[in-house]
Write a protein of this length. Structure first.
Length: 260
């Protein structure tokens, strides 16, 4: 059997507050296979986003990944790396984050710079991870913009976020995430703020890019309709724990847990 691309074992992320310990993610176990889309579904506050940020090591103090947690990432070679054991500022983590694992956030205006052009923000990641040649990096950036359906990529390269619609901003986020051809894409409710027509377009785009690049997707949402459209398998999260995991058809036809 093929080894999982991402294997989360006993992951606990706690927030140590003056009032006590908040167990945002509590002993979570998950496997994500190469080329698979795994939907993480649960209500707001169930711990979905904290789990995703834990994988990327983006949880800020007072949040902390607890001892005993494992985030095993295989990547493009056969050797797995335990991301939970890497130092947040280490070269090894910088090599993985943005290149092998990329993340699309919920709100582009909060994740991208409003004072830098679209192209300059995407090309920065390409120069860091792929090539030091600016002409080649520009070509890769324009290709990414074209792949996500941005009309006139040359023009969009020099535009600012305020000049783009919500749907185009989200496509820019996806273009940035995919510019370095990651093997794992984490999508944290990327269509929540969009209307249903644009939402459908973004979901089709992600599915198409997944097939083109052969990547895996960890898709986080509270919308079961979105899960039905894009996911192969579903993990239901409640109060920081995974309470049910099954293929998407089983979850809809024969849910076992009362919360599901």
């Amino acid at each position: 059997m093929q080894a999982p691309l991402l294997s989360i074992k006993n992951l606990s992320t706690y927030f140590h507050l003056d009032e006590g310990i908040l167990k945002a993610v509590d002993h979570v176990n998950l496997d994500l296979q190469p080329g698979q889309t795994l939907g993480i579904v649960g209500e707001s506050g169930s711990g979905k986003s904290v789990m995703a940020r834990s994988v990327m090591r983006l949880v800020a103090a007072p949040g902390k990944i607890e001892p005993g947690s494992q985030i095993l990432f295989t990547g493009t070679d056969a050797n797995s790396v335990d991301i939970a054991q890497l130092s947040p500022g280490s070269e090894a983590l910088r090599h993985i984050r943005g290149k092998s694992i990329a993340m699309v956030f919920q709100e582009p205006m909060a994740s991208l710079s409003p004072v830098h052009t679209v192209g300059s923000q995407i090309i920065e990641a390409v120069l860091l991870h792929i090539t030091a040649d600016r002409r080649e990096a520009r070509a890769i950036t324009l290709d990414s913009l074209e792949r996500v359906g941005i009309p006139n990529p040359e023009r969009a390269f020099d535009m600012y976020l305020h000049q783009l619609s919500g749907g185009l901003r989200q496509r820019i986020m996806i273009a940035m995430a995919l510019a370095c051809r990651p093997s794992l894409l984490i999508a944290d409710e990327p269509t929540t703020a969009l209307d249903v027509t644009v939402q459908w377009q973004i979901l089709r785009l992600l599915a198409s890019l997944r097939d083109d690049f052969g990547m895996s997707i960890l898709y986080i949402t509270h919308d079961l309709g979105v899960v039905a459209q894009i996911a192969d398998f579903v993990a239901v999260m409640y109060l920081g724990q995974i309470v049910e995991t099954a293929d998407v058809f089983t979850v809809f036809e024969k849910p076992l847990h009362p919360y599901t």
